[in-house]
Design a binder for this molecule. Structure first.
Ligand code: SF4
Length: 378
């Protein structure tokens, strides 16, 4: 065990009562937000162009050299309270050499340090690339917003700018299904995320059933927010978003862990219906609500430029670079000085809430000053 490892983090299984990505636990432990989570963008290449893609505008068809891995590992090593890493893209597994030379070494580092790891993937690449991650990876995170191959075709290539043959989409869809089933059987923890949006809100129970049938261990549900490719899509009103969550809770498998994130409902609301939903989410078996990690306990590092962002969304400019500064120092600067953070960094301990995501505030509550509100009991 090295100087950083805590025995609890090594032995504890991820579960509804242990989610190290939730910034509320480090806030409770340290009395302030500290950097516990680092996300790394390892490619901007992807074989899909999903309608809702949070980084769609950054995707390319060609990319240059990555910074030496050593630079990233050195900066990770300096993060005093590191508990989790996430690897994202593009499709991180798009190139086989990224898997061998970047992803596996990062996962090995995390494992040796007792740090939990996650990869965001579309799981449509050859199985052999994913198989290599089995000994090291804690969470394989996928998007799943479909009830059949036609949905996948419509949603998965909406940003392509050219027509994609249905047969090609079906082939990828089947590869994804097979990869999920096979990796789940081999013991990989697969967490499938669905978005609540204008397309999915009426069919979430069916999507949930398919996710369970494939062998996924967790179903994550997040409302879709206007960012990047999704910025021109219709916004789902809060009432319909809440109705979709209630319907999902009515029909779900209570044995499966359901994680809700980036929710636009808060305990400081004056609406009884919001409190009713929050009470239900709190009391349901195997249901958790994760506070948003972006800028609370996490930063994103672009491994081509070294730029550090508060999210992997491109909308907020970089606020540091690993060539010049330690990640803990960059995070502290964001926490203490950045005007955007000052707009949302509220905390109500009793409600276990540490404020809205910036996109949530902009989309649904542009005129609300959350810093002047407090959780209330209705
Ligand atoms: S932490 Fe902020 S958003 Fe959450 S209940 Fe309190 S005031 Fe509302």
């Amino acid at each position: 065990m090295n100087r950083f490892q805590s025995p609890a983090s090594i032995t504890k299984e991820l579960s509804p009562s242990y989610d190290p990505w939730d910034p509320i636990s480090s806030l409770q432990r340290y009395g302030k937000h500290v950097l516990t989570s680092v996300e790394m963008t390892v490619t901007n290449l992807c074989n899909m162009r999903c309608e809702h893609c949070a980084v769609g505008d950054s995707l390319t068809t060609r990319e240059g050299e990555m910074l030496p891995l050593e630079n990233m590992l050195n900066r990770l090593e300096q993060v005093e309270h590191l508990e989790t890493i996430s690897i994202t893209g593009g499709e991180p597994m798009f190139r086989a050499d990224t898997v061998d030379n970047i992803i596996v070494p990062l996962l090995k580092y995390a494992k040796e340090r007792g740090v939990r790891s996650q990869i965001n993937s579309n799981l449509t690449m050859p199985y052999s690339r994913y198989e290599k991650l089995l000994p090291y990876l804690d969470v394989m995170h996928i998007s799943f917003n479909y009830v059949n191959g036609d949905d996948f075709h419509e949603v998965g290539f909406a940003g392509s700018g050219h027509a994609v043959a249905k047969e090609a989409a079906y082939r990828l869809y089947n590869t994804m299904l097979e990869n999920v089933q096979r990796l789940s059987q081999e013991g990989m923890f697969i967490s499938a995320e669905s978005m609540i949006n204008y397309r999915t809100h009426g069919k979430l129970p069916e999507i949930h059933r398919l996710i369970g049938d494939m062998g996924c261990r967790r179903h994550e549900v997040h409302p879709m927010y206007a960012s990047n490719f999704a910025s021109s899509l219709p916004v789902l009103p809060l009432k319909e978003t809440a109705a979709a969550i209630h319907s999902l809770l009515d029909h779900r498998n209570p044995e499966m862990w359901m994680l809700f994130g980036t929710l636009p409902f808060f305990a400081c609301s004056i609406l009884e219906e919001d409190h009713e939903l929050l009470r239900r989410l709190k009391s349901e078996k195997n249901v958790t609500v994760r506070n948003d990690p972006d800028g609370r306990n996490r930063v994103n590092v672009n491994m081509f430029t070294g730029d550090v962002f508060v999210t992997d969304f491109a909308d907020i400019p970089a606020f540091g670079n690993i060539a010049e500064s330690k990640l803990d120092d960059i995070f502290a600067k964001w926490q203490n000085e950045h005007p955007l953070n000052q707009r949302v960094n509220c905390h109500c301990a009793g409600a276990g809430c540490c404020g809205p995501n910036l996109l949530v505030k902009e989309m649904y509550y542009p005129d609300i000053d959350f810093k002047s509100r407090k959780a209330i009991t209705l």
